[in-house]
Design a protein around this ligand. Structure first.
Ligand code: SF4
Length: 232
């Protein structure tokens, strides 16, 4: 199930196009059960939805930029290419992130609250998302990140972007218990739960049509919540 929003009210992304993806039976239904941040792994998808993944890779607004993140193993993810969606591997550990970067795939990692960056690990630089470092009220968002070229959309990026945990799930990030997904609470959770019941059922077709319909030069952030799994 896919929910599309032409202009997000999300404070982090800024006013760009976004999507949410969920299973028809469970909100976490498109997420891998192995994701360390998934508090309900039993409801996740073991397999990648290859039809949806192909549509995702191609779903870039005309002359625009698109990006997303996946917690599925990085070997499943197509490498960045001109005119394609940049699919970042969401690593649970710095070692996993480095392994992905070594195969030519961009990576991000969630880090515990209170950690300080940048940091070089095994020769790869880790930098914190600049939106997290911007002063409150500055208005910095993904829409203004990178002077029109958001860091997460950059295909040839060799540095890993770090998201330092915050919010009510922060204590669970990098802890032994599953949980810590930022979309499991607040406004993101409300929009995500609505996706399960009100989203478009043919998500591959809906996504292709949505990307085509956006104004030239648009930014599109896929999956504010959700992933590329074959949802039951
Ligand atoms: S690095 Fe930039 S594009 Fe990525 S999440 Fe942070 S603000 Fe958005």
């Amino acid at each position: 199930m896919l929910k599309t929003i032409r202009q997000s009210a999300n404070k982090k992304t800024g006013p760009i196009a976004v999507t949410y993806r969920a299973g028809a039976h469970h909100t976490f239904g498109s997420c891998p059960p192995t994701c360390a941040l998934n508090p309900q792994g039993a409801h996740g998808a073991a397999l990648v939805d290859t039809e949806y993944l192909a549509a995702l890779y191609d779903a870039v607004p005309p002359n625009g930029q698109a990006w997303t993140y996946s917690h599925f193993a990085f070997q499943n993810l197509p490498r960045p290419a001109p005119g394609k969606t940049t699919i970042n591997y969401s690593a649970d550990t710095m070692a996993q992130a480095v392994a992905a970067v070594r195969t030519g795939r961009p990576a991000v990692v969630a880090a515990p609250s209170g950690t300080v960056w940048p940091y070089v690990f095994e020769g790869v630089q880790f930098v914190q998302c600049p939106e997290q470092l911007s002063p409150p009220g500055s208005g910095f968002t993904c829409a203004s990140c990178g002077n029109g070229r958001p860091l997460c959309a950059r295909a040839g990026r060799e540095y890993v972007i770090v998201f330092v945990a915050h919010g009510t799930g922060a204590a669970k990030v990098a802890a032994d218990d599953p949980g810590g997904c930022y979309a499991a609470q607040g406004h993101a959770a409300i929009a995500w739960h609505a996706t399960r019941t009100k989203g478009a059922p043919d998500d591959a077709a809906a996504l292709a049509a949505f990307a085509r319909s956006l104004p030239a030069g648009s930014l599109l952030r896929h999956h504010v919540a959700g992933d590329i799994g074959l949802a039951a």
